[in-house]
Design a protein around this ligand. Structure first.
Ligand code: FNR
Length: 185
């Protein structure tokens, strides 16, 4: 399965980047995950969407070619970070490459709630007409208190979290096998 991961933090030492890399490496025998960098995208501009800059074209092509998108995001001010919203705005327009493409959402924060509000907003956004992305239900990955569960190198050291990730990834694979693209534009 070919997956692109879009991380909502561009910070060098980001916990969410590390979480995406951990997932990429741990399940490498089953999932081919490419982590995309949303900071390569310029600010969305409706005047430029038809003849979009090269970075946008490349980003969209990778999303279009993927079987699914893994979103790994922090929470900023009770919602998704602007860099993620910017990427979503580009993806939602013109060729609308997200329509019918399944999503899995994860997030990490140092607080106990582990990005719960950001993920709720992201799920809602993914239901928008320009996105129509089915999200795996009942498998919500909130890595709260992440600084106590992950070492400096980004390895998750908390067995319960790793076990939960194993379960979610298996559920995601099984869901994807049954999945039919039934959504129409
Ligand atoms: C935050 N942070 C934060 N945390 C949270 O649990 N709820 C929130 O609403 C916010 N809001 C927020 C706004 C802004 C502008 C910043 C910079 C930070 C804290 C945030 O979760 C923390 O910085 C994470 O470590 C960011 O994720 P990365 O960069 O480590 O992946």
């Amino acid at each position: 399965m070919n997956i692109v991961a879009i991380v909502g933090s561009v910070r060098e030492d980001s916990y969410n980047k590390k979480l995406a890399k951990f997932v990429q490496e741990r399940y490498a025998d089953r999932l081919d995950i490419e982590i995309l960098d949303p900071s390569t995208l310029p600010l969305y501009n409706q005047d430029k969407e038809e003849e979009a800059p090269e970075s946008v074209v490349t980003f969209k092509e990778k999303v279009k070619a993927a079987d699914a998108v893994l979103w790994v995001t922090p929470e900023y001010n009770g919602s998704i970070p602007g860099v993620l919203g910017n990427a979503i705005d580009w993806l939602s327009r013109v060729d609308q490459v997200m329509i019918g493409k399944p999503s899995l959402i994860m997030g990490a924060s140092m607080g106990n709630l582990g990005t719960v509000k950001a993920q709720a907003h992201l799920r809602d956004i993914l239901f928008a007409p320009g996105l129509q992305s089915p999200v795996l239900m009942g498998n919500e990955v909130y890595v709260g208190a992440v600084h106590t569960k992950m070492d400096e190198a980004g390895t998750i050291t908390d067995d319960a979290t790793v076990g939960f990730l194993d379960t979610v990834v298996t559920n995601f694979e099984n869901w994807m096998k049954q999945f039919k693209h039934t959504v129409s534009v």
